[in-house]
Design a binder for this molecule. Structure first.
Ligand SMILES: [Zn+2]
Length: 384
């Protein structure tokens, strides 16, 4: 056994903890670049806390998943304004943008120098500017991961800027910030979180530390996802989802993912579909395909016993076995109204390009079994 575990320098989770930003913010810097989602008005309370703490704020709304151009422009603007720290306040897009901008603020050269796949993949040479990550959805766990997912529309690709220096200095997780999310966003982001707990648990790089996080996270997501979709202000359900999302981020950053995320990366680059919704639409089908392929080609794989445990955690029944996980996931996806992949314009003609790109995606490499091209296509067919 060999594993390592790295995460944000400090994690604070709890209802109302946003208020703690006031005293903490000045210890990170005097002039913050505040990256928000589409509507910066949602950050009004955050901006008030910064003003009371005499921290200057330069606001940058990000309306979509950040592109390479967005980041390059934001870094130039943050340098010109004299920002010495970054705060991400929003969903995964705002957090990923803040992490990338903070990382580049202290490193010379251009973004492409440091990007994998489309760039020169040089490691960041210096620690980034201090970054505070405050999620307002419960899904990506980006507040504790070391990569930023960026879109390259020219390549129809999503690529990662990746470095231990991108880990935020502070992850501030306040479940109250998710109370007013609409049910559809709660559903898709919550199912992303659940996927990010199941995939690291059954993946080839699972370790005892991430196993514990995954088991606890799956239990909480399973009991609270429907509740939070039905009643956004249900405090304990929102808290469960915030914990599940955080634990998913901790697990994926230190173990790995699997085929759902292997598909989600190229699909997200090629189509305008929210990451969580793609993962949600694929999760039951990938689970069924993994079980079938493991039984056919690797019946001794420890992943099969892990799927039995996943089924027990999802259903809450001590006698459940792996086969109970698939109908349970189908029922959940139907109950919270996850759209099918065809909703986003994906068609049969796209299958070969998606399957080819998915086969080479980094997440696919830690899936418990390697899928054949025919199996990859069959998964897309069922999720279409
Ligand atoms: Zn995900």
């Amino acid at each position: 056994m060999r594993f390592e575990f790295a995460t944000a320098a400090r994690i604070v989770l709890g209802a109302g903890t946003l208020a703690e930003l006031g005293p903490l913010a000045p210890t990170f810097g005097r002039h913050a670049l505040v990256v928000t989602g589409r509507d910066p008005a949602r950050a009004a309370r955050l901006l008030e806390l910064l003003a009371q703490a005499a921290v200057t704020a330069t606001i940058l709304p990000i309306a979509h998943e950040p592109t390479l151009d967005d980041i390059a422009r934001a870094v130039a603007a943050a340098r010109a304004a004299g920002c010495d720290c970054a705060i991400g306040f929003g969903g995964g897009s705002a957090l990923d943008a803040a992490k990338a901008i903070a990382g580049l603020l202290t490193n010379d050269g251009e973004l492409l120098d440091y990007l994998e796949v489309v760039g020169r993949a040089r490691p960041l040479a210096h620690p980034g500017a201090p970054c505070i990550a405050i999620p307002t959805t419960a899904g990506t766990g980006s507040e504790v991961t070391r990569n930023s997912v960026l879109a390259s529309p020219a390549h129809r690709l999503k690529v990662s800027l990746r470095s231990p220096y991108l880990l935020p200095r502070l992850a501030l997780v306040d479940p109250e910030l998710t109370y007013d999310l609409p049910p559809a966003v709660t559903a898709s982001t919550g199912l992303d979180a659940l996927t990010q707990l199941i995939e690291p648990y059954v993946c080839t790089r699972a370790n005892p530390l991430t196993d514990g996080l995954c088991a606890e996270g799956i239990r909480r997501a399973a009991r609270s996802l429907r509740v939070a979709c039905d009643d956004g202000h249900h405090a304990s359900a929102r808290e469960d989802l915030a914990v599940a999302s955080l634990f998913g981020g901790l697990a994926l950053a230190n173990a790995g993912l699997g085929a759902v995320h292997g598909f989600a990366s190229p699909i997200g680059g090629m189509f305008a579909a929210p990451h969580g919704a793609i993962c949600a639409a694929l999760l039951p089908h990938v689970t069924a395909a993994n079980l079938a392929a493991l039984r056919a080609r690797a019946p001794g794989s420890p992943a099969l016993a892990r799927y039995d445990e996943v089924a027990r955690l999802l259903t809450g029944r001590a006698t459940a076995t792996a086969d109970d996980a698939v109908p349970w996931l189908h029922d959940l996806v139907a109950a919270v109204r996850i759209p099918r992949l065809s909703t986003y314009g994906i068609a049969h003609a796209d299958f070969s390009a998606i399957a080819a790109a998915a086969a080479n995606a980094s997440s696919m490499k830690s899936n418990p079994i390697a899928f054949t091209p025919a199996e990859l296509t069959a998964i897309l067919e069922r999720a279409l």
